[in-house]
Design a protein around this ligand. Sequence first.
Ligand SMILES: [Zn+2]
Length: 341
Amino acid sequence: MSGGFGHVLRKTGSLVPAALTRGFARPVALFFHGVEHRIDDSRAQSNHHDIASFSKIVRVLKDNFDVLPLSMLDEVLSAPLRHRRSVFLMADDGYANNLSVAQAVLQEFNLPWTIFLSTHHVDTTERNPAFLARLFFLFAPSAKYDIANLHAQITLDDGQNRAAAADLWVGRLKALDAGRAQAALDSMRAQFEGLDALAGRYASDAFLTWPEVAALKADGVEIGAHAHWHWPMHGAQTPEYLGEQARLSRARIEAEIGPCRYFAYPFGNTQDIGREAWRAVRDAGYDYAFTTLSGSLDASTNRWLMPRYGLALHEKRLPALVPWLSAGNSRLRAWQRQMAG
Ligand SMILES: [Zn+2]
């Protein structure tokens, strides 16, 4: 869920004493997905923290940083050196457990946060397509499968490492444009009839309803957009698709909840965001958009490609790691230059 460069920073950051990194400290954005009272199957529920580890993370944030509402981002960016300990906390996708579990913890610590919703899933209750595909590769009966647009001969059997197969094939699936990916998912459903019913049994991956989003908003949680359908906005997508994902998610939130100023890209890494994607997000009227590249917020040269770090399920050295995130800044800026061209 938060591999790549973030993983490298986590490993190197854990070797550096907190006192040494304090001088590098800059404002950052951190995110998670869901929080559950108990995780029954960590392979399938890989997006969710258990409440004990989440509470530990939240306590460390409360004790070591200034966790601020996203409405203060302009002010923080205007004077980043006066806001070295500022952290903006966010959750992606819009899982129902954001209300039933995460909000209870964050309210206890009195910390502000932002939820980015994939609005199609709130509208329909349909599960995240990457989650459905992951369940297919984890649990489809042993057989050879011919999956449209993916591969004609995928062998799944009981002896293999299904989690590794899921990582590999879901990764390939994510490279497809939305239409081809949808056809691949339909093909998985046709060959594993119990797929949707199985997904339905994981309450952890149910999305919020609009009344639940309204309840979070009433509690002071900021509501941003995470596209309409939860799928990458990379260069394989048409300009029409990208424009619709940016506009429709904002329109749904504004119709149901109120003003929507912020966006976060689904998956959000370099391979998930095309050159046209951030322009579509800018043109849809958002003030800021967040990726999942590591870096500090003040280093960003493009307000629609802001850096963000995905919290691992267990974070042992957050006070040292958070200042260390600025080690990603040169990579962030180089990518932003490429994306400007
Ligand atoms: Zn997401």
